[in-house]
Design a protein around this ligand. Structure first.
Ligand SMILES: NC(=O)c1ccc[n+]([C@@H]2O[C@H](COP(=O)([O-])OP(=O)(O)OC[C@H]3O[C@@H](n4cnc5c(N)ncnc54)[C@H](OP(=O)(O)O)[C@@H]3O)[C@@H](O)[C@H]2O)c1
Length: 291
């Protein structure tokens, strides 16, 4: 086991990804304070907690990522996604801990016609993306012992506290209730099953393969086709109505095409990420049986 896994401080452990990171990491080594116990917007709380716990690794799964709220209140986005991340990275560097944090496909503008590679030029379209990119950049100034993991379209069993729902669960519930389902068909992305992302992070940490990585399930799909596949896997004979993204987008601009190329993790020697259909099938199977 890598020495990095000796004492892990996990922030945002109640969130979609955070819960799966808790599950993927060795249970005896993880401390995961609640938001109330450690608010990363408070610099004193960060230093107090890190000094007390002396973690070997800090994993930050906290974020302010409701796109339209970030657009309306950029100061909130920057407080959590940028300044707090910078302070966490600084505290880690000061106390000798490695630092892992999550970023997003929304650092890209969606004008590419092929999946985005780690070294493609970011050009965020919205305040959320700008705040996450700035967070990344500030982390890098504190040295090299970091993992910046860009992921996208996360789905899993935990409901995001910010959004209050997950896309797959919402459309499945609508379909199961016989309600009409409308899904955008002009946005393409790489879905990410949270347990698969958590496993990849653990693998990177075990290898101490510091750097910036794209981590999603393999492959790309539109939200419409993703919903259709979810219904098929659930055995529902439902066809959603395809709609243009402009109908739903109220505040923030979103990239129309943001699949991630998974070159970095291949170079780091990680096993290939499972295709998104595999992640979706596992989600539906465990959701249906309540495992
Ligand atoms: N979800 C996606 O589709 C997606 C896509 C791309 C990238 N990402 C990135 O992946 C990471 C994890 O996202 P997620 O979907 O798992 O988020 P999430 O479900 O919304 O969870 C966020 C977690 O952060 C905690 N938190 C928020 N503000 C905090 C603060 N100031 N101090 C301490 N804890 C705080 C929340 O606690 P409370 O609930 O108690 O406030 C919650 O545990 C984020 O960096 C996000 O930007 C997510």
């Amino acid at each position: 086991m890598s020495g990095l896994l000796e004492r892990v401080l996990l922030i945002g452990g109640s969130g979609q990804l955070g819960r799966e990171v808790v599950a993927a990491f060795p249970s005896e080594s993880v401390t995961a304070p609640s938001h109330a116990d450690l608010d990363i917007e408070r610099p004193d709380a960060i230093l107090f907690t890190l000094t007390r716990l002396r973690p070997t690794l800090v994993v930050n799964c906290a974020a302010y990522h409701h796109l339209d709220r970030c657009e309306a209140y950029p100061e909130r986005a920057f407080a959590v996604n940028t300044l707090a991340v910078d302070r966490l990275a600084a505290a880690c560097a000061l106390l000798g801990a490695a630092f892992a944090t999550f970023s997003t496909d929304y650092v890209f503008d969606g004008t590419s016609s092929t999946p985005y590679r780690e070294d493609d030029r970011p050009n965020p379209l919205n305040a959320h993306g700008v705040s996450k990119l700035a967070g990344e950049q500030l982390v890098r100034r504190h040295g090299n012992r970091h993992f910046i993991v860009r992921t996208s379209g996360v789905f899993g069993h935990t409901v995001s506290s910010v959004k209050g729902y997950t896309f797959v669960d919402r459309v499945l519930r609508q379909a199961e209730a016989g309600e009409p389902v409308r899904v955008v068909d002009d946005v393409t992305f790489s879905p990410s099953y949270a347990p698969h992302v958590a496993t990849a992070l653990r693998d990177l940490v075990e290898r101490e393969a510091y750097g910036t990585y794209h981590v999603s399930n393999a492959g790309e799909v539109t939200w419409f086709a993703f919903a259709c596949e979810a219904f098929a896997l659930r055995g529902l004979d439902v066809r959603p109505t395809p709609v243009a993204s402009a109908i739903f987008n109220r505040g923030a601009r979103r990239p129309r095409y943001s699949p991630l190329a998974l070159e970095g993790i291949a170079r780091a020697g990680l096993p290939p990420m499972p295709p998104w259909r595999e992640g979706l099938a596992e989600y539906i199977r465990t959701r249906s049986t309540g495992e």
